[in-house]
Write a protein that binds this ligand. Structure first.
Ligand SMILES: *[C@@H]1O[C@H](CO)[C@@H](O)[C@H](O)[C@H]1NC(C)=O
Ligand SMILES: *[C@@H]1O[C@H](CO)[C@@H](O)[C@H](O)[C@H]1NC(C)=O
Ligand SMILES: *[C@@H]1O[C@H](CO)[C@@H](O)[C@H](O)[C@H]1NC(C)=O
Ligand SMILES: *[C@@H]1O[C@H](CO)[C@@H](O)[C@H](O)[C@H]1NC(C)=O
Ligand SMILES: *[C@@H]1O[C@H](CO)[C@@H](O)[C@H](O)[C@H]1NC(C)=O
Length: 418
């Protein structure tokens, strides 16, 4: 695979590894697929009026008028060209790691002391979730004590998501964890680094935090792979909640009661008693239906974000949702993305246990996420040094409240020691 030295240095790669890993720059060009996508959307039908009530806050699924508005925006306002141009303002490459083609955004700071940080997304999002924060994080921030803090930002696409290859059938999260560490250490040459994880990315990141405890030297999460405690556990631990925390506790209860059926659906396999359908059913049913994917994925973006989403400082508007769904459809990712549930059904645990590491752990609770993890519970799983509560923003923090998220990551610099 040919590539020039000039190119490898602009991507900041370790030259010795680039040949074996077949590193190639990526410039996104999905234009030839757009007419087909748009004609499928245009020819899709939705009911003329809602036959069944939604129930108020999404517990019966996406509202028809919300879906209609998103679909209309897709057809009349959405400009793929503009989105693609924006995506291409980020330096990206693909590399073959253990036989799997992995897509990576890598933006470096001008500061030689910048901290390497890997940002790990979940489902149903992609590297796109972090676009508003990448460039600001490469810029210097002066801490109150006069320290300059900036980052070399690495945003991979998890296996099965957008430009990364689908995971092999026998793949598990532990395989993802290993190739993410290889990416940071061997491909990019960072002997130590920090990480951030959300959703499935927190499953990957938390395992990476414990497994690679000499290379991962700080971690920040907005979500941890432990089931959030419900009211009774919280009371038994003698924790009293603020009014803001009660909002998110209610969201946690709702998620556990009715909001997690997608999880059971996507995770199910033979022998499970709780769910009727394995991931292939939803994966293949919606495979060639962009409007179907919009309903399934759009519902999560709507229900899991702040009710004020789309108003400042949130960047999670209809365009962001449509870009995300377009990326899934255009890269054939829907089926392989839902398989992440089927491949590690026990990744989210009920029993809290501490990771074997002394590396600092930072946590930020966003009020409109769908899980509340009180400080006392987060402290059970790692070396908790910072716990913050944000009353604006939800599950997709990088889009839902970029300024708060940027500060969350910058706080890593207060604790990181290479
Ligand atoms: C911080 O960065 C500024 C601007 O790049 C520079 O002038 C200053 O000397 C740096 N301070 C420290 C403590 O490194
Ligand atoms: C998974 O499957 C691949 C391809 O068939 C094979 O090379 C690999 O050894 C398998 N891994 C495990 C852990 O079984
Ligand atoms: C979640 O809800 C189920 C009932 O659907 C209940 O049995 C379970 O205890 C709840 N989970 C937690 C952690 O309380
Ligand atoms: C994935 O699942 C396997 C088998 O259930 C488990 O041993 C492993 O710890 C899980 N990995 C992660 C990162 O949760
Ligand atoms: C890393 O993990 C190993 C194995 O669990 C443990 O022995 C070691 O003390 C840990 N190192 C740090 C720096 O936490």
């Amino acid at each position: 695979m040919g590539f020039s030295l000039e190119f490898t240095s602009s991507l900041g790669l370790v030259a010795a590894f680039t040949a074996a890993l077949q590193v190639k720059p990526l410039r996104i060009d999905l234009n030839t697929e757009i007419p087909r996508l748009m004609s499928l959307v245009a020819n899709s039908r939705l009911p003329a009026k809602a036959l069944y009530p939604n129930g108020g806050s999404g517990e019966r699924g996406i509202e028809l008028d919300v879906l209609q508005e998103l679909r209309t925006d897709w057809l009349t306002k959405f400009d793929w060209d503009a989105q693609q141009t924006e995506l291409n303002t980020f330096k990206q490459f693909t590399a073959i790691i253990e036989g799997l083609n992995v897509h990576v955004v890598h933006e470096k700071s001008a500061d030689p002391d910048a901290i390497p940080v890997i940002l790990l997304h979940g489902w149903p999002s992609s590297f796109q979730e972090f676009l508003p924060v990448i460039k600001p994080l490469t810029e210097s921030w002066r801490s109150p004590s006069g320290k300059n803090i900036s980052f070399n930002v690495v945003v991979p696409s998890l296996p099965g998501f957008v430009f990364s290859d689908p995971a092999l059938p026998n793949w598990t999260l532990d395989d993802t964890v290993r190739i993410m560490n290889t990416l940071m250490v061997d491909v990019l040459g960072y002997s130590t680094y920090a990480l951030h994880g959300t959703d499935w990315g927190s499953g990957v990141g938390y395992a990476q935090y414990g497994t690679y405890n000499t290379t991962v030297r700080a971690a920040h999460f907005v979500f941890i792979p432990f089931f959030p405690p419900l009211a009774q556990d919280i009371a038994e631990n003698g924790i009293s909640l603020s009014d803001d925390e009660k909002v998110i506790l209610q969201r946690t209860i709702d998620w556990n009661a009715t909001g997690n059926n997608y999880f059971l659906e996507q995770a199910a396999k033979a022998g499970d008693t709780q769910a009727a359908c394995p991931p292939n059913d939803v994966g293949l049913a919606l495979y060639d239906s962009p409007t179907g994917q919009l309903a399934w994925i759009g519902s999560k973006f709507k229900v899991w974000s702040d009710p004020r989403a789309g108003t400042p400082p949130s960047a999670l508007d209809n365009t962001a949702i449509l870009t995300s769904v377009s990326l899934y459809y255009l890269t054939d990712s829907f089926l392989s993305s839902v398989w992440i549930y089927g491949q590690n059904t026990s990744a989210f645990r009920a029993t809290y246990a501490k990771a074997p590491t002394d590396a600092p752990l930072l946590f930020s609770q966003y009020e409109y996420n769908f899980g509340l993890w009180p400080k006392e519970f987060v402290a059970k799983v790692g070396n908790l040094v910072s716990y913050k509560f944000h009353n604006f923003g939800g599950h997709f923090a990088g889009l839902d409240n970029p300024p708060a998220f940027i500060q969350d990551i910058r706080d890593i610099g207060l604790y990181f020691e290479a």
